[in-house]
Design a protein around this ligand. Structure first.
Ligand code: KG4
Ligand code: ZN
Length: 371
């Protein structure tokens, strides 16, 4: 054997003892595939993670167009998966299971990755595992940190904003939720009002660096009531009112900075309330706050929640920067956890556009919500 064959032989054989999972993600506008396994200490290890974003396709429409997103998933999913397998250095036949996102998300998009994952699992005669996208975000810090249950989770993504008591794999108790917009949505809409191209959320952070965070006084809805439930609709309306009047770039920077600072203050206060509730429920000393989802990439938000955790004697844990947004490594990792307890899915598992982590939590959205 030549040297490269020996390396591959050792790599492949040392992996046989450990589960090797192919993860697939297509719930919105990212097509992603990843190979995940675990090391000798049982820590999840990402062998490859390929994410193909559709930003250029949706830019001219100012938001995600479901049909175009689905078409792009169809065009790319096999190429992306092949790339993930090639980069991982393992052979497809050595995969132990295929995990694919089954919800929540856009049904036309979910269906692509889900069918593709089922087809690979079926052709390899390996188990198929349907994964909740939100559970992927919820457990994503396991990809770089040791995490013990239970922990308090602040999930801040484009479609969801929630505080959850994470008791174990598949065991979630919602403590609070947004009663209107998700935080990522508020970032994206603010960006649009300021005139930043889609997807504007991450750009707000860049604009904010050049602005005065104290220039505009913005509302913090339900800050002192509703427990750790949150609301961003009133903040968005206030941003719109100001955005209509501003003209200069500096004013735009100031508005972005003021918006971001207001969000920091809301999250700081509401996380404090959630920590108190979490402490009341859990009497052990598992004092961990996990912040996950696309908005967890925001550095100012990270800093302010780290500060809160120091004050509250909590440990703040965030996913690696590149795994805050949508990716398939987090899906493969949930697949790995489920594989270890033989939690497999049937091949007729449906795509679920709505799939809350806490299925028993009350629906709290819309006008007239009682808190
Ligand atoms: O988790 P994610 O990739 O997709 C969903 O599951 O929704 O989150 C995407 C959201 C978008 O709304 C995006 O604007 C926001 O995360 N986002 C950010 C930042 N990076 C991404 N928001 C604020 N600051 C950032 N740096
Ligand atoms: Zn997501």
């Amino acid at each position: 054997m030549v040297y490269s064959e020996i390396v591959l032989f050792i790599k492949t054989n040392s992996m046989i003892k450990k589960p090797l999972i192919l993860g697939i993600e297509s719930s919105c506008d990212e097509t992603a595939a990843s190979l995940v396994t675990e090391n000798e200490h049982g820590i999840p290890t990402v062998l490859s993670s390929i994410v193909s974003s559709q930003v250029d396709i949706h830019k001219e429409f100012g938001g995600v167009v479901p049909e175009l997103a689905a078409r792009s998933h169809i065009e790319k999913i096999d190429i992306i998966t092949k790339k993930a397998i090639d980069e991982s250095g393992v052979a497809l036949k050595n995969i132990d299971a295929v995990a694919a996102t089954a919800g929540p998300g856009l049904i036309v998009c979910l269906s692509i990755g889900l069918s593709f994952g089922k087809a690979i699992a079926s052709s390899l005669e390996k188990p198929f595992i349907a994964v909740n996208h939100l559970e992927g975000h919820a457990l994503s810090p396991k990809l770089n940190s040791k995490l013990n249950y239970p922990y308090l989770l602040l999930l801040i993504s484009g479609g969801h904003t929630q505080f959850l008591n994470v008791q174990g794999l598949g065991k979630y108790k919602r403590l609070g939720t947004t009663i209107d917009d998700a935080l990522g949505e508020a970032f994206d809409k603010t960006a649009k009002m300021i005139g930043i191209e889609f997807p504007g959320g991450p750009q707000i952070e860049i604009y904010a660096k050049k602005g005065d965070p104290n220039k505009y006084e913005l509302p913090k809805p339900i800050l002192y009531r509703g427990g750790c439930n949150l609301s961003f609709a009133g903040l968005k309306t206030a941003v719109l009112r100001i955005a209509k009047q501003i003209k200069t770039d500096q004013e735009k920077y100031d508005l972005a900075a003021s918006f971001q600072k207001t969000v920091e203050q809301i999250l700081y206060k509401k996380s404090k309330v959630a920590i108190k509730e979490f402490k009341n429920i859990n009497e052990n000393n598992n004092n961990t706050l996990v912040v996950a989802g696309g908005v967890a990439a925001n550095k100012k938000i990270r800093e302010s929640l780290k500060k809160l955790c120091i004050e509250e004697n909590f440990i703040a844990i965030f996913p690696p920067m590149n795994l805050c947004g949508d990716n398939a490594a987090m899906i493969g990792m949930v697949g790995l956890e489920k594989y270890k307890i033989n939690q497999f899915s049937k091949l007729d598992h449906p795509a679920k556009p709505r799939w809350p982590l806490d299925e028993e939590a009350k629906f709290l959205k819309g006008a007239g919500v009682k808190l």
